[in-house]
Design a protein around this ligand. Sequence first.
Ligand code: LYS
Length: 275
Amino acid sequence: KVASMLVAGLVLAACGKKEPAPAASAPVASAPASAAEPAPAKVYAVGTDAAYAPFEFQNEKGEIVGFSVDLLNAVAEKGGFKVKFVNTPWEGIFNALGQGDRDVLISSITITDERKQTMDFSDPYFDANQLIAVKENSKVAKFDDLKKLKVGVQTGTTGDEVVTKLQGKTATTIKRFESTPLALKELEAGGVDAVVADNGVVIHYVANNAGAKFKTVSDTKSFAPEQYGIAVKKGNAELLAQINKGLAAVKADGTYNAIYKKTFGTEPAAAAASA
Ligand code: LYS
């Protein structure tokens, strides 16, 4: 960590950013960079919608933290590149990548055939599935029970997709929110009868909001397995290769498992780490 901070400092200095002037007695620090030195590594801008605990969220200090942040930092170290996380709203996140405002996206993004048309994905790094959240006293027992109910989803997510498929494109009973926590807040307030979203986030929310009196309903028959991937701009093969190299390394050396355990408190199921 100290080493990477040092390198970051060197990168800043080499870019000509105004760092505090070194003490006069530190001649080495003020030596001019020679042409023989390797060019400083580019710092890639990483877009993430930090409203998705425990994967990506802001801590009390406003820093972007979580499983995805720990993972990509480790991947970058092994892959030989540098990253800087930028909070990016979900609704604009794919455009930000397409327009080059972000170089990488890590935001619990499910790899789908449709998305593969407009961006390239790393190897999968996390297994997920949709999960239903309802109030404790709800009679909902399976996905089909939501056919005529008011359901909250996060706009443009795979949760939105499955509910739209169930209820139809013109259904007025689908309430779309810009984040999953907002949809869950609406469930608590009674504005929707259920929320359909990624299992990890729903489970985390339910566990940390006992006062909301939610329960989860799983329906493995109705929901296809999903996998999260790290996205780069279509055709950015060089960066994608670095990411996949780093990902393979953190899976192989136990770093992935350690980050998983730090986040979820348990070892990953065999499939999650080897996916
Ligand atoms: N994994 C889901 C998807 O890709 C939800 C992602 C939401 C991230 N905030 O659509």
